[in-house]
Design a binder for this molecule. Structure first.
Ligand code: 5RP
Length: 218
């Protein structure tokens, strides 16, 4: 199976977690794009979606799925999203698509985070994938200096402005042995909006696309 076929398989599998007449939290990325396409086939059975990015919003709307403002929704049963890296403890690095802040907000509201990945995303330790940090533009250099003090090697992601009007620093050369601790430390740097560690609130269910089919990790 190709990587894209595995992504499609887990996206299809995630549809079984959708309950009738509900509003679905929808993430961002190429795996989620397959999920959005699958959701379109049952759009008359759901109320709609809350989206984590302008890109996902556009795709949802183009397929005729209503997109709700999160402020008008009091609860979400599920949030479906991909990841850049994930451990056996279901802690993740996300934000390769620069949508980490809205992803974290929607994930916080949802009762269940259903993570959909191909098996290349599974790692023993987080950090090989550069950790994205969303930063208020005027704080970029200050935040970069503080991240160096924490042992990281921040690189400004050129020509990227997030949906919130901010910039991204990708932090290289980290071996993240205590993800929740680093998540807190990065959040405490003034000027950081969010970092891509989803450790304090990890996934609840992981659907992994493998050559042998979709494996479910609970
Ligand atoms: C976007 C994300 C994505 O979930 C992550 O980058 C995985 O993307 P893909 O499904 O394209 O591999 O966090 O900000």
């Amino acid at each position: 199976m190709t990587q894209d076929e595995k992504k499609k398989a887990v996206a299809m599998a995630a549809v079984s977690y959708v309950t009738p007449d509900s509003i679905i939290g929808v993430g961002t990325g190429s795996t989620v794009n397959h999920f959005i396409d699958a959701l379109a086939s049952m759009k008359n059975d759901i109320q709609g979606a809350v989206s984590s990015s302008d890109a996902s919003t556009a795709r949802l709307r183009a397929l005729g799925i209503e997109v709700f403002d999160l402020n008008s929704v009091s609860e979400l049963d599920i949030y479906v999203d991909g990841a850049d890296e994930i451990t056996e403890h279901k802690q993740m690095i996300k934000g390769g698509g620069a949508a980490l802040t809205r992803e974290k907000i929607v994930a916080a509201v949802a009762k269940q985070f259903i993570c959909i990945i191909d098996d290349t995303k599974q790692v023993p330790v987080l950090g090989k994938f550069p950790l994205p940090v969303e930063v208020i533009p005027m704080a970029r250099s200050y935040v970069a200096r503080e991240i160096v003090k924490l042992g990281g090697d921040p690189v400004y992601r050129q020509n990227v402005v997030t949906d919130n009007g901010n910039v991204i620093l990708d932090v290289h050369n980290l071996t993240i042995l205590e993800p929740s601790d680093l998540e807190r430390k990065l959040n405490n740097i003034v000027g950081v909006v969010t970092n891509g560690l989803f450790a304090m609130r990890g996934a609840d269910v992981v659907l992994v696309g493998t050559d042998n089919g979709v494996e479910t990790v609970k």
